[in-house]
Design a binder for this molecule. Structure first.
Ligand SMILES: [Zn+2]
Length: 416
């Protein structure tokens, strides 16, 4: 069991990771804002929290072999080895068009972002840290052989594949469990406003109703025309032949607020308790926060003191989800200053010392993004005026579906 005083946090970043992540076409300039705000707020200093040691760790760029744990070799060739722009047919085949165009530095970006998440997973595996963070990761739409939805590399999938592997002798970092007792379990929880299609699909196998090492649960918005379109994005429906209790979705309707998140959160924790993971990978996309200029579907906010907020959910995971190591990843979020605010604030929660949301954004030479935080120049991302369309009837349906899923999951796990 971990107590907050024992947490040791690995924060994965390097100048190269910032440089190339800042070129991501969907989020140009975001990475540099995120890390420079965290630094300006003192979060990356070992002195920030006396009870929690944070180490900044540089990522090892992913190798071809690292990427081939999941990705197809011809896709890796297409994103890593092509110096000249690929042919049109190649771009179509691999999804390198429209919202995922090739860009200058794509090979370096892929190696560094995947490498950062793999590094974050490795430090957990060897017991160097209990929690690791890669805010440049969380590319949950990338597929085995295809880029999609601003995502070129499936870093979440690569981390899960690594974490589920049994550690070689001599010692397991999770000393209470040996490989003879059971294989490691990894829970993937996705809080981005979009469905985690790339990750969920990677581990989905409905015909095989037996205990699995990986459980995915995505909380998101789903509606006709809302990206990504997938039958897996719907509420679990047990009689269906496509039902897999280890691949779960919890779609919310427009305007989801703290009230709705507080209502559904016990279902998330119930699934976690039954599955009892050794590792939890949390994708913290921030496009469900109020004011996101592209997403505009939820009305979520940050304040850890408000039950159901994003800060509150992350605090629950850090402080109440005992006995597992955690990997926090970024994701979507198209208001870059708000992404920087959010991931800095979540870092402070992870460090056991939440910042006040009313503090001013630092205006010092090391923090060049200051003017972008107008007009408030504070840390907060408050909720807006959007109406929450998640009715009591809808939330009751969610509850019924998840009660049934819990029953099935319990049965499957106990029968193994
Ligand atoms: Zn998203």
């Amino acid at each position: 069991m971990c107590s907050p005083a024992q947490f040791q946090v690995a924060y994965i970043v390097s100048q190269d990771l910032i440089k190339y992540s800042s070129r991501l076409p969907s989020n140009v300039g975001r990475s540099i804002l995120v890390h420079s705000l965290a630094n300006a707020l003192g979060l990356l200093s070992q002195d920030y929290s006396p009870h929690t040691r944070l180490r900044v760790i540089k990522p090892d760029p992913a190798t071809f072999d690292d990427l081939s744990m999941y990705h197809a070799r011809n896709y890796i060739d297409a994103i890593l080895l092509t110096v000249e722009p690929g042919t049109e047919s190649e771009s179509v085949e691999f999804g390198l068009e429209d919202d995922c165009p090739r860009f200058s530095g794509l090979p370096e970006y892929v190696r560094l972002v995947a490498g950062a998440t793999i590094t974050a997973a490795r430090v957990l595996r060897i017991g160097y840290a209990n929690i690791s963070i890669n805010w440049d990761g969380g590319r949950h739409h990338a597929q085995k052989s295809r880029a999609a939805g601003f995502c070129y590399v499936a870093d979440c999938v690569l981390a899960i594949l690594l974490l589920k592997k049994t550690l070689p002798a001599p010692a397991s970092p999770l000393s209470s469990r040996t490989p003879n007792q059971r294989k490691y379990r990894v829970m993937y929880l996705d809080l981005d406003a979009h469905f985690s299609d790339g990750v969920s699909q990677a581990f989905y196998s409905p015909a095989n109703l037996k205990s699995k090492q990986v459980l995915t649960l995505s909380v998101h918005h789903a509606a006709p025309g809302f990206f990504p379109s997938s039958p897996l994005a719907q509420l679990p429906f047990e009689p269906s032949t496509s039902f897999d209790p280890f691949t779960l979705s919890l779609p919310l309707l427009e305007g989801a607020s703290v009230k709705t998140f507080a209502n559904i959160w016990p279902h998330v924790e119930c699934i976690k308790d039954i599955f009892n993971p050794d590792y939890v990978v949390v994708q913290c996309g921030v496009d469900g926060l109020a004011g996101d200029p592209k997403c505009k579907v939820f009305n979520w906010c940050l304040d850890v003191a408000i039950e159901g907020s994003l800060g509150w959910c992350v605090s629950r995971i850090v402080n109440e989800w005992k006995g597992s190591r955690k990997l926090f990843l970024g994701g979507g979020g198209y208001h870059s200053p708000n992404a920087a605010r959010t991931w800095s604030y979540l870092t402070s929660i992870i460090l056991g010392k939440p910042l006040s949301l009313s503090i001013n954004i630092p205006d010092d030479p090391s923090h060049s993004g200051f003017p972008l935080y107008a007009p408030t120049f504070t840390l907060d991302v408050p909720s807006g005026n959007m109406i929450d369309k998640n009715t009591a009837e809808y939330l009751a349906d969610v509850q019924n579906r998840f009660e049934r899923v819990s029953e099935i999951l319990r049965g499957v796990l106990q029968s193994q």
